[in-house]
Design a protein around this ligand. Structure first.
Ligand code: HEM
Length: 567
């Protein structure tokens, strides 16, 4: 009996090892046939167990000083975001990562990246990988071909200048609220910048999606609210809390489904709350849709938000008798994916930007000069929407942050049939069903394009002087650089370009304007540290990335921030 048990226990890992060796060898043969340089990894990056525990193991091995160089560099979840161009500099602008579970081609060559993104028929969306986003059914992000075109047409009505104006106004007011919260908490160092930025973007989305103005609530205030009895007239928990629970529990939802999580008796309470959140968010959006439909039908609606635009588009199609009717289901699923795609991406970028600015006080001065030039009124509600395009230094700061730390890391493509790809003058045949990663982190730090200062955070590299503006002031003469195709593409390009690009640009410019016009942020030194040491540590924290669902700063709380008024 004991012998049988021991045999079964050893048989499983032994079979796994044998399977891994055989699969790895088969994949190495496939990768060799492509002809690109090869990087071998003995554990598959998408192995669920490794995704859950692998990064902790790598970090522990690092701490104990027992990690080999390869283990240290290539086994963390989010390793490619930390490597940036380094691995490409060793292997080439394209290489194949080979693991027992498959092959992944990483590309950091601008021309090849451009080529891939412009050929969606050859390099399609990896919809299987994105199925987790089908919480409320298929949507813009999780479809392809004809189905995707339907969603794209539907959603084209939503990301308009009318809506972006709403984004500008709500970002200014949320940014103001966030700054007041941080100032109130002084002299305690602020260690919640990453979480606070998520509250900021969640509230901006509430305004842009439903015209719902929620006051900014910092981490401490949120904890207090959760501890007290909820006010039934306050529906913020239904949107805000349910949505953030869904974001955190998205993998559980993908595995079990929202209804099973909510209704099964064997499910742990914390998981059941995730299921409840899926239910609550759906009810909330349905309520918004029905309210808006009624007021549009009565001719009373003046709302500029995204859900309102979708409801109008749907009613217009119904009235015209067109067949592409937008259903309630389409509105809910796309509202969810806007929230999903637009929340953490922008929040992570904002947190990174603030931390980078804390490490670089001179750049704070540089943007403050611009903000004070264009935003002269002390009352931020008077700043016109058109101002955002003038804030080029602010935009440059965001662009430089996204260049070094990209929340998505790469755009994941899947070849349909065999196709060719040219990299650096050599043409390769890529087999069908190959994973191809347009590696934003590698591309944006490619030293052939960005030079030896590729790893330095220097927003001024994005600004150029326009000679034709002679006679005008320096601010008017400054322009944002325009790059050749494929060189700088943090919002991707081609038909699957991010529809929220302008939305996030406006949101981030507004946040910086309101935060830095009359205030500055400092990195608080730990005991025994000088100010310069604190800034250096802050820089390192900003560069240390780990992937959860997206690429985020590993431990943002290791930096204490202090906001001060500039006299
Ligand atoms: C700094 C902020 C942002 C960055 C860096 C960013 C970047 C990107 C990138 C690179 C893609 C293409 C993904 C791929 O090819 O796999 C994408 C797609 C998408 N983004 Fe964004 N995004 C940002 C903000 C937003 C916002 C604010 C929204 C909406 C409110 C949004 C909505 C979407 C949607 C719906 C898609 C899928 C489009 C499709 O597949 O056709 N994004 N984003």
């Amino acid at each position: 009996m004991i012998a049988t048990l021991a045999l079964s226990f050893t048989a499983l890992p032994v079979t796994l090892v044998i399977w891994s060796v055989i699969s790895l060898n088969a994949n190495i043969t496939k990768a060799r046939a492509i002809g690109l340089p090869i990087l071998v990894r003995y554990i598959t990056p998408t192995n669920p167990l490794w995704m859950a525990f692998g990064s902790d193991i790598v970090r522990l091995a690092r701490r104990l000083g027992i990690a080999t160089e390869n283990f240290d560099r290539f086994y963390l979840f989010g390793w490619d975001a930390n490597e940036r161009y380094r691995v490409h500099a060793e292997l080439g602008d394209a290489y194949t990562l080979v693991a027992p579970g498959g092959c992944w081609i990483y590309v950091a060559d601008p021309k090849a990246a451009w080529d891939i993104l412009k050929r969606p028929r050859d390099f399609g969306r990896n919809v299987e990988q994105l199925a987790v986003l089908n919480v409320y059914g298929k949507n813009l992000s999780t479809t392809e071909g004809h189905e995707w075109q339907k969603h794209r047409k539907v959603t084209a009505a939503t990301f308009t200048e009318r809506n972006n104006e709403l984004v500008w106004q709500s970002s200014l007011s949320q940014g103001h609220g966030m700054l007041q919260y941080w100032l109130r908490r002084a002299p305690q160092p602020i260690r919640s910048v990453a979480d606070d930025c998520k509250t900021f973007t969640l509230n901006v989305l509430a305004a842009a999606l439903f015209t719902k103005p929620y006051p900014f609530e910092g981490q401490e205030e949120m904890k207090k609210r959760h501890a007290s009895v909820e006010d039934p007239s306050d529906d913020s928990h239904q949107y805000r809390d349910s949505f953030s629970k869904i974001l955190r529990g998205i993998i559980l939802i993908a595995i079990f489904g929202g209804e099973t999580l909510r209704t099964s008796s064997w499910i742990p309470t914390s998981w059941r709350q995730v299921g409840q959140a899926v239910h609550d968010f759906r009810l909330y959006v349905l309520k918004m849709i029905r309210e808006e439909r009624e007021s549009v039908e009565k001719g009373e609606s003046t709302r500029k938000d995204l859900v309102s635009a979708l409801v109008r588009a749907s009613l217009a199609q119904q009235n015209d008798g067109r067949d592409m009717t937008i259903t309630e289901q389409d509105i809910i699923s796309n509202t969810f994916v806007y929230g999903f795609a637009g929340n953490d991406t922008t929040a992570i970028s904002l947190a990174h930007t603030i931390v980078n600015l804390a490490a670089n006080p001179a750049t704070q001065e540089w943007i403050r000069e611009e903000i004070q030039y264009y935003c002269q009124d002390d009352d931020f509600t008077k700043w016109s929407y058109a101002t955002w395009t003038k804030l080029k230094r602010c935009q440059a700061v965001v662009m430089e942050t996204l260049r070094l730390c990209h929340p998505l890391g790469s755009s994941s493509k899947l070849t349909k049939d065999a196709c060719t790809l040219t990299v650096g003058g050599n043409t390769y045949t890529i087999p069908p069903h190959s994973n191809v990663q347009v590696n934003f982190c590698g591309l944006h730090t490619n030293t052939k394009v960005w030079g030896s200062s590729a790893m330095a955070w220097d927003p001024a590299r994005f600004i150029t002087l326009d000679d034709t503006q002679n006679g005008k002031g320096i601010m008017e003469a400054e322009q944002l650089c325009v790059f050749p195709e494929g060189v700088y593409i943090p919002w991707s390009l081609g038909e699957r370009i991010c529809p929220g690009k302008r939305f996030s640009q406006v949101e981030l410019a507004a946040a910086l304007a309101v935060l830095f016009r009359k205030h500055g942020v400092e990195a608080v030194p730990e005991i025994g540290e000088s100010d310069a040491d604190a800034r250096e540590r802050t820089k390192m924290v900003s560069l240390d990335i780990q992937m959860t669902l997206l690429n985020e700063m590993y431990k943002p709380e290791r930096v204490g921030l202090k906001w001060v008024e500039i006299q």
